[in-house]
Write a protein that binds this ligand. Structure first.
Ligand code: EPU
Length: 431
């Protein structure tokens, strides 16, 4: 098991290149199942969630060829299996996308109930099921698997109104619908950049999807998707995490390979805190020289402030002058990391969905443990800003979604290194 050792208090300087978007990649890879040809996918991030998705595809019978570290060619033409391997699929939330993709291609799917980050409760998929059912599928849960089958062998079109704005349901229904008979409409759809990226990928392979990025997505079923080449968008949350790291630790960093529009919701809030952000064509220059100021934040579906940046921004605010209020309105409980920040001296009270963050002068290094991906990123930020040394355990969560985070931070002058510790010692917190 790996731990990160971080000696904090060093401002960050230099340039960091942002990788492809995790939440686009983990949908686009399963979507390759729908393609009757070879698809070449570029700008794939090298993270463990992506390796798992590629592994599931291979186990289903796909040809997966790595062209270089960030480009793969996927050939799903010979696949006949419709059941994903239990142990791989249950480890990752994004395995739900295999349901939409397998249903769309074969009219049936069997996928293990998914895992992924646990925000203190069940992560429901009722809206995915609502969509599949409206399109003529019967969906059941048996022996740990979700089983879905089109009653007539092929899905038909439907009009689906989502009761909650769900990224996963929007993408899953989109995949199921690309080759269904007729015109499917998704109302109250999610508008995240990765939703648009999936639609663009499918369209580049021959699908007919309009309206992605708005509340209403219209999908006209086509007979076949052919192969092609597609490059995944940059990761909005990875970029936001490095921006937050500069805000907390100070310094000046050029964030490269981003789409500035996707960053607006994060940029605006950091500017309110006194962080300078200069926007260029595909880069942002982030500088923090002044003390941080308080602000209030509420997480919302895109284009609102992303829940996946909530732990990182709360960490920044724990060092800002005054009292900030952070309201989490997407997930029921995403504050489990706060206990770890308190060990470092943060003054944060959580009352249901709101964190009351009273800024402190400084944080101090401590042994701390990541409890999920973004919580882990927040702890790295806290450790970079803190005085003294921190030891971060359970970093496998962080490596699910951040490519080479240690190398990228070291290039910015951070004093961070990864060490291997025996598994049992880490579990006991002794490593
Ligand atoms: N929801 C339902 N029913 C559903 C689906 C969702 O009630 O059928 C609720 C959820 O409980 C939640 C809200 O709707 O309260 C939003 O959930 P959504 O479906 O949008 O989340 P997701 O698709 O499971 C993706 C990302 C998450 C990110 C959320 C919100 C992936 C693989 N995961 O999850 O990313 O937090 O959207 O933006 O795309 C992360 O990257 O760290 C991460 C957790």
């Amino acid at each position: 098991m790996t731990k990160y050792i971080v000696k904090g208090g060093t401002p960050l300087f230099g340039e960091v290149e942002i990788s492809g978007a995790k939440n686009a990649a983990v949908a686009i890879i399963p979507a390759a199942l729908l393609v009757d040809g070879v698809c070449r996918i570029e700008n794939i991030p090298q993270i463990s969630d992506v390796s798992l998705c590629l592994n599931i595809l291979e186990q289903l019978g796909a040809g997966v060829r790595s062209v270089n570290g960030h480009t793969v060619e996927i050939d799903c033409r010979r696949i006949r299996a419709t059941r994903t391997p239990y142990d791989l699929a249950r480890r990752i939330r994004a395995s739900t996308y295999f349901i939409g993709a397998l249903l769309g291609r074969f009219g049936q799917a069997e996928v293990a109930l998914p895992g992924g980050c646990n925000f203190g409760g069940v992560r429901p998929i009722d809206q995915h099921v609502k969509g599949f059912t409206a399109m003529g599928a019967k969906v059941t849960v048996e022996s740990g698997f979700i089983r879905a089958a089109a009653k007539t062998g092929r899905l038909h079109s439907a009009s689906v109104y989502l009761d909650v704005v769900s990224v996963g349901a929007t993408m899953n229904i989109m995949m199921a619908a690309v080759m269904a008979e007729g015109n499917t409409v998704i109302e109250n759809a999610a508008k995240e950049p990765h939703v648009v990226d999936l639609a663009n990928f499918l369209n580049s392979m021959g699908a007919n999807i309009r309206g992605a990025g708005t509340d209403t997505i219209k999908i006209r079923g086509v007979d076949r998707l052919t192969g092609g080449s597609y490059a995944i968008i940059p990761d909005q949350i990875e970029a936001g995490t490095y921006m937050a790291a500069v805000a907390a630790a100070g310094g000046q960093v050029l964030i490269k390979n981003i789409i500035p529009k996707h960053m607006d919701c994060i940029t605006a809030k950091l500017q309110e805190c006194g962080v300078e952000v200069e926007e260029h064509e595909d880069t942002l220059l982030v500088r923090r020289t002044e003390p941080l100021r308080k602000t209030n934040i509420k997480t919302l579906p895109y284009p609102g402030f992303p829940t996946d940046m909530q732990p990182q921004i709360t960490t920044v605010l724990s060092l800002a002058q005054g009292i900030s209020l952070v309201t989490e309105s997407v997930w029921g409980n995403r504050y489990r990391y706060v206990d770890e920040l308190r060990r470092m001296g943060a003054n944060i009270q959580v009352d249901d969905k709101t964190a009351i963050v009273e800024g402190v002068d400084h944080l101090s290094g401590a042994p701390i443990q990541a409890c999920d991906l973004r919580a882990g990123a927040a702890l790295v930020i806290a450790a970079l800003a803190a005085q003294g040394q921190s030891e971060i355990s359970c970093v496998h969560y962080i490596e699910r979604g951040y490519e080479n985070i240690v190398t990228k931070l070291r290039a910015l002058g951070a004093n961070i290194r990864a060490i291997e510790v025996p598994e049992d010692r880490e579990e006991l917190g002794l490593g």
